[in-house]
Ligand binder design. Structure first.
Ligand code: SAH
Length: 329
């Protein structure tokens, strides 16, 4: 919901300012529509229903995986595709994966979003409306900005959304912002005061290889990006998660693991190995055995590494698959 529009509409109607808080509290708790907001006077509910769209997004398609993962394809008012995912785990974790842009201006060679046309930055309302959609389905408690787009290129709107997420039940400590390594954005994140986690998509242990698979590396080298992560650590005292997508024969050899471990201070970085989800690119994912061996080498070299659970694969809701095929232009 466009909260600015809500505010100005209430003001124009001469309503007291607490009406705004009431309406937002209902939204944040998962209200289905204006009608449900029983402590707002009926004529006001009617007026809001006419003047303030309940969501800035329209649901185009919803797919449910056999593991319970839900992927939703939305469109914005100007028909841009936006995808978001809800993952539920047995331990009670209910994690949402949000998009910060429609499409992505970066062109990482293995990523489906990178292959589609860039649309535009999403507004903070369009970001929080993805979260509110899942909040209406039940509790939510974790959030990652790992959907479509590069959050650091739209950080102002991402931070505005982060300011609202706690009202939905997602604390900033349980929110992670994932970046391709857009160094100025990492510094901006360090300079603000909310304790979101930083995740860095590194994917290669040296510049030659990283530039080959991620063009952005020509702009910000590994050294520059890790220096920014170190400044973020100094400022916020939160470890950075290194994302490392496992591409068979490309970045998954023994020497890559040794080089990666040598690059990172184990007190400041933890590695998350991501099984690759085929997405029409020329790459193949590393085998389970190769991933396990890579993890063991990292651990032997003294740095903590986990392997990410793959979820929602049967509905193309897994990492990097949010390409919005139905509408991509
Ligand atoms: N632009 C941000 C956030 C979006 S992508 C970033 O790059 O971090 C979230 C993660 O999914 C990134 O680490 C990205 O490299 C990874 N990813 C992209 N395509 C993938 C695929 N097909 N399989 C597995 N992970 C993928």
């Amino acid at each position: 919901m466009d909260l600015e529009l809500l505010r100005t509409t209430l003001e124009a109607a001469g309503e007291p300012s607490y009406r705004y808080d009431q309406a937002w509290a209902w939204q944040a708790r998962g209200a289905e529509d204006w009608e449900a907001m029983s402590d707002l006077p009926a004529p006001l509910r009617e007026k809001l229903n006419e003047q303030v769209p309940f969501s800035t997004l329209t649901v185009e398609n919803e797919a449910v995986s056999k593991d319970g993962t839900i992927k939703v394809l939305f469109t914005t008012a100007d028909r841009r595709p936006v995808e978001a995912v809800l993952m539920s785990y047995r331990d009670g974790r209910r994690s949402i994966c949000l998009s910060s842009q429609s499409g992505c201006p970066l062109t990482c060679s293995f990523c489906a979003t990178g292959a589609m046309k860039f649309g535009r930055n999403l507004t903070s309302a369009e970001i929080i409306d993805q979260a509110l959609h899942f909040r209406r389905l039940g509790d939510v408690n974790h959030c990652v900005f790992m959907g479509m787009g590069e959050p650091m290129m739209n950080l102002e709107s991402v931070l505005e959304a982060c300011a609202l997420l706690p009202d939905l039940g997602i604390t900033n400590r349980r929110t992670a912002i994932s970046t391709v390594g857009w160094a100025p954005g990492i510094d901006e994140l360090a300079a603000q005061s909310r304790p979101m986690r930083l995740a860095l998509s590194l994917h290669a242990p040296n510049d030659a290889l990283r530039s080959e698979i991620m063009a952005v590396n020509d702009r910000y080298s590994i050294e520059e990006v890790l220096a920014a992560c170190d400044r973020h650590y100094e400022a916020r005292r939160r470890m950075t998660f290194i994302e490392y997508v496992m591409l068979s024969g490309v970045n998954d050899r023994y020497e890559h693991a040794v080089e990666l471990a040598a690059l990172l201070d184990a007190k400041r970085y933890k590695i998350n190995l991501i099984p690759y989800n085929p997405s029409g690119s020329p790459y193949e994912g590393s085998s389970r055995a190769a991933i396990d061996a890579f993890q063991k080498t990292l651990e032997a070299e003294g740095i903590g590494a986990t392997v990410r659970l793959t979820r929602g694969q049967d509905i193309a809701a897994a990492c990097g698959q949010l390409a919005a095929n139905a509408l991509a232009g």
